[in-house]
Every structure is written in structure tokens, then in C-alpha cells.
Design a protein around this ligand. Structure first.
Ligand code: C5P
Length: 407
């Protein structure tokens, strides 16, 4: 449902070393079910050739505005009819300058200028233009390029990157094209409905770690994958997202502000200082219920004697946020090993929150897929087993419907 499915994407490739990433981007889009039509500029064809894109996309590659084999010579119009987006990756400084000024002297610039816009000449939908700049940092920072970029943004063109880093020329700075997986993620994000536009979403994810001594501690099993997927889905839906994460080894979703914490008390502090200004709070973290009453400053030496660890309870972060005078819309998670409905519903009532997402630990712990059921005042909504990102998008859509019931 959320993948491009039968989406048609026109991928324009202009001249730049980063063209090798466009080949990989083609592969990723096709693997995800998109129909990709590659258009090369003359200089784009000098880096990675048409044969590569043809093999990866399974479609003929277009280069020439004057190609006599094009049936009605209308490739500049036909290719974008029914396309959901034109993605230009890499977009050279020269190409961006042409776009900003409405030049149309080859097939790709002509396609961009002639792309459908909703309401104009009977077009049903916009064909958005997404550009991924790729150039040397001085070219990127030049006043001319910055002027062109500002004008393109004003014209409604979407910018993907650029990133900062090592450049092919040996310099370091802004202008480097995003990696193919980042571009792929951004293109997919672009298509997600912006149901949480402008909303502030705060999340917790991962386990907490409660130290016993400098090297030992108590923790829970939690990969953080579901919380990170939700942070990504909320960002894709247009929200301003802050993710408070316990110790996990996952990359921060693009566009998400991350706060790293260790213990439940650190997590509580990070959450409580931000909760009041949030519209939605999603507590996915597997917070340790107890912590050692004291932490030894030195490593405890091994001995054969029996030792007792004194524990004290940790704060219930979700319950505390739910009890604020005007709390954000709170979503809890209940990972149960049995009687899912009974336990999840009891937790929802005990914590006084509007929505709880229940799952059985045997269905999803640490895995990429899960099976969840949503419990709220309207009853239970089981979601079909799916990858965590798909589930996260469905949970975000459910939350959006609850916080704006009239949309
Ligand atoms: O651990 P429990 O099953 O009560 O967790 C239910 C929900 O409460 C989860 O969303 C979890 O993130 C949250 N929680 C919390 N602080 C705790 C314990 C749980 O925020 N100390």
C-alpha cells in the first residue's frame, strides 16, 4: 500500500560522477515495484551508459529529443503523462541553472518544463519534480547556484540533499549527492500523505540500561526497530519528530531529531522536558521496570558468595505524560506473551491513555516484521502482519484520524 507499487517515475540523469548512484537508485525503485523510465542528458550518458539503465529498469532509455524512432515525436510530453514524479539524480549545477530559467534545449529540460500540473490544461494531478544536486562545494556555494536553488524552491521543486562530505575532487563540503538508499527513502517519503503536517511528535524507543557497576547493568530486549520506524513514518507524514532513544545500534531516520539516553530516569527527564510542547507522544521504549538501588562506582569483583541486588522501581514515563494537565495524544505499546487483548486493554485504562498498540512478543521481538492490534475507545483494530515500517505508517494514519476526526 505504501510502496510505489505501479508508480511510474521518470529518472533524469545529468552529467556527474554521482551517476553511479543513479544506477543503484534505479535498481532500488524497480525492486520496490516502480516503473522507471530513465532519461539521460548528453553529458549524463558519458558517465554510466544507457545499457546499464536499460538492464536495471527493463525499459528503453531516452536520450534524444530528435529521436526519429519516437512514434509521434512527442516523447517530451508522453513520458511524464501518468508519471507520479520526475527525479533528477544527479542534478548538475548546469542543469539546475537551466531548470531555474525555464530553458528547454534537450529532452530532459523539455520534459521538466512540460510536466503536468494539476488544473492546468486538464491535468488531473501534479507530476512533482525532485532534484538531487551533485557538485563541487564551491559550485554549490556560488551565488549563482544558490540563486537558482532559491528560485527552484519558490517554483515548487523539491530538493533532495545535498549532503556534506568527501567529494570526488578531493575537497570536503556541501554539494555531495545523497547516497542511493537515502534518495530512495526520500522519494518514497515524498509519496506519503502529510497527515501530521506541522504536528510535534515525541517518541521513546529501544531499551533502557540501568547500571549495576561501570560494566554491568539491567536491560530489556528491544531492538528499537518499531520505535525508529514510527519516528520515520511520523516524519514522512510531515511531523516535527523528536526521538528519545535508549542504547540501540540503528541509524537515525533522516529529518528526525534524536536524543540518546541510557537509563529510565534519563529517558524520563528527556521526555518530560519536551512533552508539554508535543501534540503526540508515542512510548515504544521497553523501559526497565526496576533499577539497582545503588550503582557501584567500581567494577564489582567476582566472588563465590551469593549476592543480592537491591532494586527500586523506575518511573512510568507514559503514565506521567498521560497525567499532565493537557497531555499530548498518548500512544502506548504493550508487548505481551499471552492474553493480548486483556493485558493491553488493562494497561490502556491503568495509564489513562487513548490508544495502545498490542503485540505478542513471539510475533515481532527483534524482527523486521510484526503483527499488531490497536486498542482505543472504538474497540480493537487488528493490522495484517507486515514490515514494521508499513505498520508504523498505518499507526500514524490511525493517530492522525483520531486527532483530526473530521478529515
Ligand atoms: O512496561 P509496560 O508494559 O507497562 O509498557 C507499556 C507502555 O508504557 C509502553 O508504551 C512503554 O514504553 C511505556 N512505559 C513507560 N515507562 C515505564 C514503563 C513503560 O513509558 N517505566
Amino acid at each position: 500500500m505504501n510502496s510505489p507499487g505501479s508508480r511510474r517515475i521518470v529518472l533524469g540523469v545529468t552529467g556527474g560522477i554521482a551517476a553511479y548512484k543513479a544506477a543503484e537508485l534505479t535498481r532500488l525503485l524497480v525492486k520496490d515495484g516502480a516503473e522507471v523510465h530513465v532519461v539521460l542528458t548528453e553529458s549524463g550518458a558519458r558517465f554510466v551508459g544507457a545499457v546499464t539503465y536499460q538492464a536495471l529498469s527493463g525499459n528503453r532509455v531516452w536520450t534524444d529529443l530528435w529521436d526519429p524512432s519516437i512514434a509521434n515525436n512527442m516523447a517530451h510530453i508522453d513520458l511524464t503523462r501518468g508519471a507520479q514524479a520526475i527525479v533528477i539524480a544527479p542534478a548538475s549545477a548546469d542543469f539546475l541553472a537551466k531548470l531555474a530559467n525555464g530553458l528547454a534545449d534537450d529532452l530532459l529540460t523539455t520534459l521538466c518544463l512540460a510536466r503536468p500540473r494539476a488544473g492546468i490544461d486538464g491535468a488531473q494531478a501534479d507530476c512533482p519534480l525532485l532534484v538531487a544536486p551533485a557538485m563541487n562545494r564551491q559550485m554549490w556555494e556560488s551565488p549563482a547556484t544558490q540563486r537558482n536553488i532559491a528560485r527552484l524552491i519558490e517554483d515548487g521543486v523539491f530538493l533532495l540533499g545535498p549532503a556534506a562530505g568527501d567529494q570526488a575532487c578531493g575537497e570536503v563540503g556541501y554539494g555531495r549527492m545523497l547516497e542511493s538508499d537515502e534518495l530512495f527513502g526520500d522519494v518514497i517519503s515524498h509519496f506519503q500523505p502529510k497527515v501530521l503536517a506541522g504536528r510535534r511528535v515525541l517518541l521513546t524507543a529501544g531499551p533502557t540500561f540501568e547500571p549495576i557497576d561501570p560494566v554491568r547493568g539491567i536491560t530489556n530486549s528491544s531492538s528499537g526497530k518499531m520505535g525508529f520506524a514510527l519516528a520515520r513514518a511520523a516524519h514522512e507524514a510531515g511531523a516535527l519528530v523528536t526521538l528519545v532513544s535508549g542504547p540501540v545500534s540503528l541509524a537515525t531516520p533522516r529529518g528526525v531529531a534524536r536524543v540518546d539516553v541510557q537509563s529510565a530516569r534519563d529517558m524520563r527527564e528527556a521526555v518530560m522536558s519536551r512533552a508539554q510542547g508535543s501534540d503526540v507522544f508515542i512510548a515504544v521504549a521497553a523501559v526497565a521496570d526496576y533499577r539497582p538501588a545503588e550503582m557501584s562506582q567500581q567494577k564489582i569483583k567476582r566472588s563465590r558468595e551469593l549476592r543480592t541486588l537491591n532494586l527500586e522501581p523506575n518511573p512510568d514515563i507514559l503514565a506521567e505524560v498521560g497525567a499532565l494537565p493537557s497531555p499530548p495524544y498518548c500512544v502506548g505499546f504493550a508487548a505481551e506473551s499471552e492474553k493480548l487483548e486483556d493485558h493491553a486493554s488493562a494497561k490502556r485504562i491503568a495509564k489513562n491513555i487513548p490508544l495502545i498498540v498490542g503485540n505478542l512478543v513471539q510475533d515481532g521481538l527483534g524482527a523486521d516484521d510484526n503483527r499488531v492490534v490497536l486498542f482505543d475507545d472504538n474497540g480493537s483494530t487488528p493490522l495484517a502482519p507486515a514490515p514494521k515500517l508499513d505498520l508504523a505508517r498505518q499507526i500514524v494514519a490511525h493517530v492522525a484520524r483520531r486527532i483530526h476526526p473530521h478529515r
